[in-house]
Design a protein around this ligand. Sequence first.
Ligand SMILES: [Zn+2]
Length: 274
Amino acid sequence: MKKIVMFCFLAVFCAALCACGQGVTKTVPPPEQSAKSSVTADQMLTKEAKLNESASESVQDFPFEDGEGRTRYRLVINGTEVETKNYPFTLPSEPNGGYYPIEDVLNFLGVACLTNDDHSALVTVINGDIIRVFANSPTLTYGKKPISAVNTNTVPVVIDGALYVPSFLLMQLSDSSVVDFSGNRSAATLGTDIVVDVPTSGLVGVDSSMLEQSTPSGSGQVVTDGAHRCKKCGGAGGYNEQYFDQIMVNGRWQQITKSRWRHCPVCGGRGDVN
Ligand SMILES: [Zn+2]
C-alpha cells in the first residue's frame, strides 16, 4: 500500500514537473523554436486557404455572372478542362461571341508565352509562325498573315492581369479550329487539330522587343538552329500536367480530366538555356 501511495506521489510530482517544464518553454521560447512554429502556422494557413479555395471551386456554378456584366464559363479545349482562374466570357451585347484567355489556350497547346508586365502584349511561336497579340488592337499577327477583326470594336482586352482574345482569332489557329459552348453552356470550348512541333515552337528566337507594337514582325516566322533550346522542355517552356477532378453537373458529381500548365524547372519557362 505504501509503495502504491509513494508511486502515485512520484507520478503526480513528475506530472507537475513536466507541466512546469512546458510552462517555461511556452513563456520563453528559444528563437529557433518560435521561428519554426510560425512557419508551421503559415503552412497551416496556406493549407486552410487551399482547402477553402478548392471548396469554393467545387461550389462555383457555371456559367456565372462576374459582377461586371460578363458571363463567365469554364475553359474546355479538345474535351479537356483547363485549370485557370481566367474564365472565358461573353458580353451581354454579344452573347455568342466568346473571349478566351490567350495565354492559357496557347499553354494548353504546348507553348509558353512572353508577355509584358501588365499582360497587354503577348508573343510566342507555333510551328515557326510568330503570334503577336496586343490589347485594344483589332489586328493579330500569326505567321505571314495579319488577322483583323471585321468589327474594330471587337478587340483583345486585359482583365485581372490576363489577356483575352475574341474567339474568331482562335478559329484562325488552323483550318479546322472551332469555338463553341458546351451543351449545358457551362463551358466555352475550343476544338482544334493544330499539332505543335516543339522544336519549332516556344520562345526561342523571340525577345521582349516584339512586345512593342512598333517592332515589325519581319517575315512573321522564326528559324532557330536549336543550339540553346532547353533540353528538358525542347524549347516549349513547360508542359501540361493532366489530372482528374470532380465537378457537379446537374446535381451529380462527375469525374473530369483537367490540365494545368507547369513551367519547365530547368529553363524557368524561357525555353532556352545558355
Ligand atoms: Zn525548359
